[in-house]
Design a protein around this ligand. Structure first.
Ligand code: DX5
Ligand code: ZN
Length: 217
């Protein structure tokens, strides 16, 4: 059964706390927080202040997905704000190794992220440093996009490396995840599913979380 990470990008920003409590009570293990800098991706979202505000209202794992150019500039701020996992894109820095070291040193779990157009080989040298790998299943930047099936082979490739080398990182998928697409992801080795619009653009977010779990039993 896959762990579910609702993305607050699709939540109600004015009533964020009730939305967070809803998914928490529904059994979501992780809360996915999308940080967009208007540079690595066109959109702007929120910063460490949001993580700090959210921290006291939930015990869910706070999973910060930094869609930020040169993320080294901010990883310490997010760790201080209470992030449990901090994800940095390999495409966003020439210093991915250093960025992951900084996350580790700041006391958070390092996560490396790859875009749909980036091969697994790009992150192989740092796989021994991470607690989670995030495989983007859409091009980052917006919620509500269509799942890219071409990314499933990369999940399987990562899972094979993980088993061959005895690593224990989680494999998270993000973008276009619903009760259909999650099945292929889980079968390929994904252990955490981010879901934004599928969970929050629904009358009953709890039922959507359960549907993702039931589909991957
Ligand atoms: C997209 C973000 C996602 C987004 C997913 O760039 O990284 O986390 O919230 O939204 P859905 O699940 O609607 O594709
Ligand atoms: Zn995300």
């Amino acid at each position: 059964m896959i762990k579910v990470a609702p993305s607050i990008l699709s939540a109600d920003y004015v009533n964020l706390q009730p939305d967070i409590e809803k998914v928490d009570q529904a059994g979501a293990e992780v809360l996915h927080i999308d940080i967009m800098d208007g540079n690595f991706v066109p959109a702007l979202s929120y910063g460490p202040g949001w993580v700090k505000a959210i921290r006291p209202i939930t015990k869910m794992v706070l999973d910060v997905h930094m869609m930020v150019q040169n993320p080294e500039r901010y990883v310490e701020d997010f760790a201080k704000a209470g992030a449990d996992i901090i994800g940095v894109h390999v495409e966003a820095t020439p210093h991915i190794h250093r960025a992951l070291q900084m996350i580790q040193n700041a006391g958070a779990t390092p996560e490396v992220v790859i875009n749909p157009g980036t091969p697994v080989a790009m992150i192989e040298p740092v796989l021994d440093m991470v607690g989670q790998v995030l495989v983007m299943t859409v091009n980052p930047g917006f919620g509500g996009q269509k799942f890219l099936h071409s990314t499933v082979a990369k999940i399987a490739e990562l899972d094979a490396i993980k088993k061959a080398k005895g690593y224990d990182f989680d494999i998270e998928v993000d973008g276009g995840v619903n009760d259909q697409t999650v099945v292929d992801c889980a079968n390929a080795g994904a252990t955490v599913a981010v879901a934004g619009s599928y969970v929050f653009n629904a009358d009953d977010p709890a039922a959507r979380i359960q549907a993702l779990k039931d589909a991957t039993k």
